[in-house]
Design a binder for this molecule. Structure first.
Ligand code: SF4
Length: 277
C-alpha cells in the first residue's frame, strides 16, 4: 500500500481525562527524540507513508515536540497534529514555529457547553475547558502564522452531546474538515463508558443535525483496523476488540514487515479518506 497516514501517539500524558479516551497504552515513559527520529526514518524508507499525524495523550506535552515536528516535516511527509487545544495559545509550550510546520491542525471539539465538557472529562484538573473563544483565538493564531494551514475539528459523539448542533461554530471560523466519530464503548475492570453509548440511529440523527453547507465532513462509526496507531513505545497496535494488541515494534523491525502482519481493513480505511458527506 502507498500513501498511508500513520498516527504517532508520542505520549500518553494528558491534562484531560476524557471518558472516551482510548490512549491508554500502559506506559507513561516517552521514547527519546532520537528513537522517534529513527521511527520517522523507518516510515520514510518504506515508501508507504505520506502522512504523519502526531497524537497522544496531548502531543504538546512531549518535551521535544518542536524538534520532532521539524524532523517529520523535513522527511517530506504531510504533517498534522491532533490536540485538545489547551496549550496552543501558550507561546512557551507552542512556539509560532510549530504552526508553520503543520499542514493540518486538528482540534478536539465535543461541545461548546462547559457543563457537558466537564461531564465528559474534557477539562483539566481545575475544570478549565477549551471555550469557543479559545478555539476561535487558536484558529486565528494558526492562520496568521501559516495562511496555508488546514483546520480540522474532531468530535466524538456520545450520549452527552448527541443533541448538540455544533456546526454553529462555523459562523466564527472556517473549518476545512470535520470528523464526527461515534464513541467507541469499552469496559474493563477499572473503567466503563457504556452509559455514554449512542445507537447507530442516534449517531445518524446527530449527523443530520450537523449537516454542513461547505467543507468536508467525515462520519466515522468505526475505526477498527482502519487507523494506524503507533503507541508511545513505537509499537504498531491492532485496535480490534476492547484493548490493543502489539503487532510489532518500529525500532526493531522495518515498517513494511510489521504492517504486513497487521489485519488492516484497507476498504474501511479507503472510505475514511474519500467519503465527504
Ligand atoms: S484530550 Fe485526547 S488524549 Fe487527552 S484524555 Fe482526551 S481523548 Fe485522551
Amino acid at each position: 500500500m502507498k500513501n498511508l497516514k500513520v498516527n504517532l501517539h508520542i505520549t500518553e500524558r494528558c491534562n484531560y481525562r476524557c471518558r472516551y479516551c482510548f490512549a491508554h497504552f500502559g506506559s507513561n515513559r516517552d521514547l527519546p527524540l532520537e528513537d522517534w527520529r529513527r521511527i520517522i526514518d523507518n516510515l520514510s524508507a518504506s515508501e508507504m507513508v505520506s502522512g504523519i499525524n502526531f497524537a497522544g495523550g496531548e502531543p504538546m506535552l512531549y518535551t521535544k515536540f518542536p524538534a520532532l515536528i521539524d524532523y517529520a516535516k523535513r522527511s517530506g511527509a504531510a504533517v498534522s497534529l491532533i490536540s485538545n487545544g489547551s496549550f496552543l495559545l501558550d507561546e512557551n509550550i507552542t512556539p509560532p514555529d510549530i504552526f508553520s510546520k503543520l499542514d493540518t491542525l486538528g482540534i478536539s471539539v465535543d461541545s461548546v457547553n462547559e457543563k457537558i465538557l466537564v461531564e465528559l472529562g474534557c477539562c483539566n484538573q481545575k475544570s478549565k475547558v477549551l471555550s469557543q473563544e479559545d478555539l476561535i483565538a487558536i484558529v486565528k493564531r494558526a492562520r496568521a502564522l501559516n495562511p496555508r494551514i488546514k483546520i480540522k475539528l474532531n468530535t466524538v459523539v456520545s450520549k452527552l452531546n448527541v443533541n448538540e448542533r455544533l456546526i454553529n461554530i462555523e459562523k466564527f471560523i472556517d473549518v476545512d474538515r470535520w470528523k464526527f466519530l461515534k464513541m467507541k464503548p469499552f469496559r474493563n475492570k477499572n473503567f466503563s463508558n457504556l452509559d455514554l453509548t449512542v445507537s447507530d440511529e442516534e449517531f445518524e440523527r446527530f449527523l443530520t443535525l450537523n449537516e454542513r453547507n461547505g467543507g468536508e465532513s467525515v462520519p466515522e462509526s468505526s475505526l477498527v483496523r482502519a487507523y494506524i496507531i503507533i503507541d508511545n513505545r513505537g509499537n504498531l497496535l491492532d485496535n480490534a476488540g476492547d484493548g490493543h494488541k502489539v503487532v510489532g515494534n518500529l525500532l526493531e523491525e522495518k515498517f513494511e514487515d510489521v504492517f504486513a502482519r497487521y489485519a488492516f481493513d484497507a476498504q474501511l480505511y479507503g472510505s475514511r479518506y474519500s467519503s465527504p458527506r
